[in-house]
Design a protein around this ligand. Structure first.
Ligand SMILES: Cc1ncc(COP(=O)(O)O)c(C=O)c1O
Length: 362
């Protein structure tokens, strides 16, 4: 027996590592990144600021200035604070660990963001997935029944959802939040909020069981790894105990403070991505061989709908044309023949559309 076999949990050994494909040389449209760099003037100013940081010191773990900047610019309601994470991936992990009492369960619609189930597993929580309807909307009756049957400690609702891109119906969200009541929390994951047009952040004061989770990744700062979540002071105090004390490094902290002071730049980039989304969606809708799902995010889900042609084949043909999208066709039965594509610059979107067109009709 090897040492790994002796000590590593069987369920961990059985997992495949999270695969991130090498995208060098590709038009990279697989990870919902913002395609824009900072304007050169801001790059220089930021470089000077980062160069002068005290890298020899640990961060000050209260992160008071960064938290204040997030509260001020991100619409956090008066009297509410935030807990910071190394990306919202870490926040999902923190919430999972904090709630991992024996027998506790996690509920989420499927298909959804894979880290909800993975973090649950790592923390020893049972994951319960409830399929969406065929049109990828919430199956409210099934969700309410699952809440009653399982009384989950954590229910995740991504608003909008990944990989489907849609905003769930607001009344259905509220009905689930009501049904969960004080037996659990509902994490409203707003990773794609800059593109969404609605948010639960202003509704936080009405819902003591809701946690609003966000990330700066899709806004244009995926590289710095920063997420934040807001909820009642009582919940945040407990989550904060699980957070590693220096989880946000000083480079991330300083970059985020700098960028929040220039949030107009990121907002303008998000606006142009939203405008591009409408154009890409219209161009896709005009193609007879694909079905397009409505998107409130910075990506679009499409289904290849041409007899004799699978989504996997189109994915491979796009790869040959140096365009990398995400093949989500095997993720869930509801996503058969589906591809997910990030909305990017006008040039990259045009390259994708041309490559797709010739992949459908080679
Ligand atoms: C719904 C959702 N939540 C959270 C995340 C993780 O974001 P972060 O980059 O902050 O870890 C993602 C990333 O794709 C996501 O799609």
């Amino acid at each position: 027996m090897s040492v790994a076999k002796n000590i590593i949990r069987a369920d961990v050994r059985a997992l495949a590592a999270y695969h991130v494909p090498d995208a060098s040389g590709f038009v990279k449209l697989d990870a919902m990144e913002n395609p824009y760099l900072l304007p050169p003037e801001l790059q220089h100013k930021l470089g000077e600021k980062l160069g002068a940081l005290a890298l020899n010191r640990y961060p000050v773990p209260s992160y008071a200035a960064l938290k204040a900047a997030i509260r001020d610019t991100m619409g956090v309601p008066a009297g509410f604070d935030v807990v910071l994470g190394n990306g919202s991936d870490e926040l999902i992990s923190i919430v999972s660990v904090a709630c991992a009492q024996p027998g506790a369960k996690v509920l989420a619609p499927l298909p959804g963001f894979v880290m909800y189930a993975m973090s649950a597993q790592f923390a020893g929580l049972e994951f319960v997935g409830v399929p969406l309807q065929a049109d990828l909307s919430l199956d409210l009756d099934a969700m309410l029944a699952a809440v009653r049957a399982h009384r989950p400690a954590i229910t995740y609702l991504a608003y909008p959802n990944n990989p489907t891109g849609n905003l769930y119906d607001l009344d259905a969200m509220l009905a689930i939040i009501r049904e969960v009541g004080d037996s659990g929390i509902v994490v409203v994951d707003e990773a794609y909020q800059p593109f969404a047009g609605d948010s639960f952040m202003p509704r936080l004061p009405q819902h003591p069981n809701v946690v609003v989770m966000r990330t700066v990744s899709k806004l244009g700062l995926a590289g710095i790894r920063l997420g934040y979540m807001s909820a009642s002071a009582e919940l945040l105090a407990e989550f904060d105990k699980v957070r590693p004390p220096y989880n946000v490094n000083v480079l991330t902290e300083a970059t985020a403070e700098f960028m929040l002071a220039h949030s107009d730049v990121l907002d303008a980039q998000a606006e142009s991505i939203r405008a591009e989304r409408a154009k890409v969606a219209a161009a896709l809708t005009a193609l007879a061989a694909v079905d397009v799902f409505p998107s409130a995010a910075n990506f679009i889900l499409l289904r290849v709908n041409q007899p004799g042609l699978t989504g996997a084949q189109v994915f491979e043909r796009l790869l040959q044309k140096k365009v990398l999208v995400k093949n989500v066709g095997k993720m869930h039965a509801l996503l058969e023949n589906c591809l997910r594509v990030t909305v990017s610059t006008p040039e990259e979107n045009a390259a994708f559309l041309a490559a797709l067109q010739s992949s459908l009709n080679p």
